[in-house]
Design a protein around this ligand. Structure first.
Ligand code: H53
Length: 843
């Protein structure tokens, strides 16, 4: 048997160790094979979609080789791994990213061209997975790209929602939500791992008993058991063989569950229960930076966390088995878990439960391990985003976790009392439990207490987080709080989104800039070169023309390609102040209609583009969209505006649309009330793509201004340090309203843009009444207009403008997620890159 076994193994190895060839002919054979055998289609008359599917499968084959090699290698080496736990991954389309990261873009383009297909067209067939809301989810996807590119052993864990972020359509000038069933054509990028399933318990009760040594133990029993099914997506790095994994969980009924109900003779009940199981992962909650406190959402969080920790635990224990010297106490040497916001923070009591109730460790041992495994990223200080779950809800759904949370809190409060005896105010501020009716569990306090490191996402955000959100925790653990400023991947946001600019860069410094953005720095001096500036402008014009064509084709709108393209594209939120933008537009409209022909000749033509989704229950955000659409109708139909002003609300903003728009902007707006946008990441993408910013001193804007020079940014508005005092005084000393603001609001109120029947515009404008202008919209209006005027003036000085754009774009290296991830690796995770050397015959 031994000899047979060896012979089998050898033959198997021989058969499986041949790698796929990547020459054009081989790629074509692979495409056709997938058309015929994977898709079972005939060989002729094939549409682009079929060829998209075939290309995706062909690319996937090549990803899988690298992926399995990388995973086997890191298991063999026993490397420490990073696990990025996020309820959102805003992935965007995969095909373009995969072929360029594999270095096969040219080969696939040629292979397709020869058989009559165009790679770009094929790429646009892909339906984009939108498993996230906005910044937080997109950041997670940028991080995965960088982790793979820099050869870190890292996995992303998340949920495979059946319905991603809703599709936004504008009907009668209003947002209407449609379900996003992104899986209609299947998903060629994922592999269903039928061998990776875990049971997840919900509800039930806790049984207390004594173990053999007489220690009190707890077992969580009964309730419902749901199965978590793994779906894996390979994440290729750029210019490396390393390929990481993103594992998403989908819920399905367990057999145990079925049998119980069917045996009880309750057929319909059993089917309903099955549906309840499946519903756990059916839909992404469409709220960005707001907490809804829905029960199903807590189920999602726990379901995801439980499956993920079982999986991490299993892998870790396998590695413990491999080396006799590793023990369970060594978990922090092998495992780093990053909590992306508090959404996965229930992982902290869950890991404690596994260590206590399954591994039978002592509380002290378990806590030591747990605290050294977890780190927490905070992404906002907005009170409405702070996750709180009611104690009765957690008790019902996760009874054992509620006990553990109470125990964590009890032990923690004893420490607090030791430090600050008789300080009840402090005690109640730091407690995990909020003493309200009903009592609430503060997930952010739990996350801070249960993590070894807490980070904010931009310098100002981290400062505010320390001073306003967690000041007492900071006194207790000054070292725990650090800043890691966000970043974005240059692969998607430059190389893929902006081929025109990318080829200029590559022509100047070679292709190395793609994973080393510092290499662009020397190009700054080229801002003085007239010929270079001309090339730069040509690239920008190419990108603007692409948007002009797209607008005409998809929306039937004609715009002046030489106008200043002004964009504000992001989630709609009061704190992001899209209203300030609209009021500025109405002001501009008023100026145009009242101008003499000579004055009009002096004006800078502008195309104002806005896009973004409003949470379905967020009335103010939906009203805002209504107003933008109404303003756009009136302005665009007014002959006086002609080439001078166009206002466009583009529906259904998503990653693909961002890739089209961002490279075409001249100016973009990042105009949140100072102190409220944690970082922002769109700001980084726009500047990298040679656009300038109109912005407040908020989030990463501040650091961008430092990096590119303040003279290259149009800043305005109250500073974060001034906001509180301004708010305090406004109630008794309201500031005088700027007459231009008065005129703009008057136009809106009087019905120039229609009079919706429920007074939606009044609602928007009442909120900026100078007595209670929470977001300082009226307050900042005059300085906002000054910044916009300055942008207009500068835009007319074409050569100077171009020089600014070049200088700025080439100073952005620190906003590459490559820098961000290096900081996480060094300051938080303590992990090293582990490059896997490719087999010789691989390119
Ligand atoms: O996270 C981004 C930040 C941005 C912040 C955003 C965010 C969400 O998208 C969702 C929830 C949340 O708490 C924060 O608003 O400022 O750039 C990535 O850090």
């Amino acid at each position: 048997m031994g000899a047979d076994h060896l012979a089998h193994k050898e033959l198997l190895w021989k058969l499986s160790s041949t790698y796929l060839p990547n020459d054009v002919g081989s790629l074509q054979r692979s495409l056709v094979r997938h058309v015929e055998y994977t898709l079972a289609r005939r060989r002729y008359k094939l549409d682009d979609n079929t060829f998209y599917q075939a290309t995706a499968h062909s690319v996937r084959d090549r990803l899988i080789e690298r992926w399995t090699d990388t995973q086997q290698y890191s298991a063999k080496v026993g490397a420490k791994k990073v696990y990025y736990l996020s309820l959102e991954f805003l992935i965007g389309r995969s095909l373009g990213n995969a072929v360029s990261n594999l270095g096969l873009r040219g080969a696939y383009a040629e292979a397709l061209r020869q058989i009559g297909y165009n790679l770009e067209d094929i790429m646009s067939e892909e339906k984009e997975p939108a498993l996230g809301n906005g910044g937080l989810g997109r950041l997670a996807s940028c991080f995965l790209d960088t982790l793979a590119t820099q050869n870190y052993p890292a996995w992303g864990y998340g949920i495979r929602y059946k319905y991603g972020m809703f599709e936004q359509r504008i009907l009668n000038g209003q947002q209407v939500e449609f379900p996003d069933y992104w899986l209609t054509d299947g998903n060629p990028w994922e592999v269903e791992r039928l061998d990776v399933q875990y049971p997840v318990r919900l509800f039930g009760h806790v049984r207390e008993f004594k173990d053999q040594e007489g220690n009190t133990r707890y077992a969580w029993q009964g309730g419902e058991v749901v199965m978590a099914q793994a779906y894996d997506t390979p994440i290729p790095g750029y210019g490396t063989y390393n390929t990481n994994n993103m594992r998403l969980w989908s819920s399905k009924p367990s057999h145990e569950f079925d049998l119980a109900s069917f045996n009880a003779g309750n057929y319909y009940g059993a089917v309903e229960a099955k549906e309840r199981c499946e519903s756990i992962t059916s839909v992404l909650y469409p709220n960005d930076a707001t907490d809804e406190g829905k029960r199903l959402r807590l189920k999602q969080q726990y379901f995801f966390v439980s499956a993920t920790l079982q999986d991490i635990f299993r892998r870790f224990k396998k590695s413990v088995g491999r080396t006799a010297t590793t023990k369970i106490q060594d978990m922090p040497k092998k495992v780093a878990i990053q909590l992306n916001d508090t959404h996965p923070a229930i992982a902290i009591p869950e890991l404690m439960r596994l260590l206590l109730d399954v591994e039978y460790l002592s509380w002290e041992e378990a806590w030591e391990i747990s605290r050294n495994v977890f780190a927490y990223t905070n992404h906002t200080i907005l009170p409405e985003a702070m996750e709180k779950w009611s104690v009765p809800m957690i008790t019902e759904l996760l009874p054992r976790h509620m006990q553990i949370i109470y125990e964590i809190n009890h032990r923690f409060l004893l420490e607090v009392q030791k430090l600050w005896p008789n300080d009840d105010t402090r005690l109640s501020a730091m407690s995990i439990i909020e003493e309200s009716t009903p009592k609430m569990v503060r997930m952010s306090n739990l996350a801070v207490i249960g993590s070894h490191t807490v980070n904010g996402v931009a310098m100002i955000h981290t400062k505010l987080l320390k001073s306003t959100l967690f000041p007492d925790f900071l006194l207790m653990w000054p070292e725990k709080f650090i800043n890691v400023t966000n970043g974005v991947t240059p692969r998607r946001w430059l190389l893929q989104a902006n081929p025109a600019l990318s080829s200029i860069y590559t022509g100047m410094v070679g292709p190395g800039w793609v994973n080393d953005l510092k290499r662009l720095e020397p190009i700054k001096t080229m801002a003085q070169d007239a010929l270079f500036r001309q090339r730069w402008r040509a690239a920008k014009q190419t990108n603007k023309n692409a948007v002009v064509d797209w607008l005409y084709k998809t929306m039937g709108i004609q715009v002046n390609p030489n106008a200043l393209f002004d964009m504000q594209v992001k989630r709609i939120h009061e704190y992001k102040r899209q209203l300030l933008n609209v009021l500025g537009i109405v002001h501009r409209y008023a100026e145009i209609t009242q101008a003499t022909p000579e004055q009009r000749n002096q004006m800078v033509p502008r195309v104002c583009i806005m896009a973004g989704k409003a949470a379905p229950g967020y009335v103010m955000a939906k009203n805002l969209i209504m107003l933008v659409c109404a303003v756009s109708e009136v302005v665009n139909a007014d002959a006086a505006c002609r080439d001078l002003l166009k206002v466009i609300f583009i529906p259904n903003f998503n990653v693909s649309l961002a890739e089209l728009l961002i490279p075409a902007s001249d100016v973009s707006q990042h105009i949140s009330t100072a102190g409220l946008e944690a970082s922002g990441t769109g700001n980084m993408k726009f500047v990298m793509n040679g656009g300038l910013i109109v912005g407040t001193m908020d989030g990463a804007n501040i650091e961008i201004a430092q990096a590119i020079g303040e003279h290259n940014m149009f800043t305005f508005g109250a500073k974060a340090s001034e906001v509180a005092a301004i708010r305090r005084t406004m109630s008794h000393h309201p500031p005088k309203i700027d007459p231009r603001l008065q005129r703009a609001t008057q136009m809106i109120r009087s019905g120039v843009f229609g009079k919706p029947k429920d007074g939606e515009y009044h609602q928007l404008l009442d909120a900026i009444d100078p007595h209670k202008d929470v977001y300082l919209t009226a307050q900042d209006f005059p300085s906002y207009l000054r910044a916009m005027d300055e942008a207009d003036a500068q835009f007319q000085l074409e050569e100077k403008w171009t020089a600014k754009c070049i200088e700025s774009a080439c100073s952005m290296w620190m906003f590459s997620s490559d820098r961000t991830i290096r900081e996480y690796a060094a300051k938080i995770w303590n992990v090293e890159p582990l490059p896997f050397r490719p087999p010789k015959h691989q390119n």
